[in-house]
Design a protein around this ligand. Sequence first.
Ligand code: TRP
Length: 349
Amino acid sequence: MEQIILTGDRPTGKLHLGHFVGSLKNRLELQNLGKYEMYIMIADTQALTDNFGNIQKVRDNILEVALDYLSFGLDPNKTTIFIQSMVPELTEISMYYMNLVTVSRLSRNPTVKEEIKQKNFEKSIPVGFFTYPISQASDITAFDANLVPVGEDQLPMIEQTREIVRSFNNLYGENTLVEPKAMLPENKTCLRLPGIDGKAKMSKSLGNCIYLSDTSEEVERKVKMMYTDPDHIKVEDPGKVEGNMVFTYLDALCNDSHFEKHLPSYKNLDELKAHYTKGGLGDMVIKKFLIKVINELLTPIREKRNELAKNPDLVYEILRQGSERARNKAHKTLIRIKNAMGINYYDEK
Ligand code: TRP
């Protein structure tokens, strides 16, 4: 069977290193393997479910996220990049799926629960927000996606999608919808890259991110602020590697060739860690190395982004064409869904 991939991001901010290691790298590899039909969606409709009072933010970040994608190397000739709201079929499909999900099932979604707390929605949860896992099931199934590369926090959405698919197929016809699987990054550190402050997760609202579009000076400033080991005071002191953000980031980002180029007195990260643990290695050395690693990774992205940002019309044209292609695909699925449900009243039998 043909492998189809769909994934996406909410346009609520620029993409950061958490996205780099948690999803973008993976997507680029999948794209370049050339054996998948791949869709990447800018999930503006979903972003609006908790930003309905701030349309401008979502509007602005559609361009920012598109710039991040394109400068990272996602190629519109290989990957269909589109805007969720420009494929209205997704909304129509959601309406039919709503019948297959209970309020209590939605209330148990751990990611949604967590977000409700974060956003202080406890007292008044907007229905649109509460039901976004259903809309996410439409996003995935409209493209017959069988693989969904996502971060760990999205697993409950994939599980919800699988349940909807099973209910739908049971009720209206086996094999109407495709049951998707999640695809997680292999490197464990990449699952959930913490912020530079060592807090749970890199997140725009916590202000602890390094963005793909940060200048090299910003990268330097942020790495210098990074949380390391508070008990590692003098250079001679033995240092802790666990919970030390510099090592966490190195785990996620660096390889042996970075050592060869930027810190040749060590062969690899294990050697560096051993020295730090034993004592005699200062934070500045490891921070300077991390700055070089990050800037080596981000410089080409930054340059391409600056070029592309000069021509937003071109970027919107790419999104327009991608959305049209996506719409064609989703439309076929919608017809299949409606036929399976018998919502084809005018068709002659
Ligand atoms: N929920 C995802 C996020 O918050 C965005 C998203 C919307 C998505 N629809 C999707 C991801 C479908 C994968 C598949 O980043």
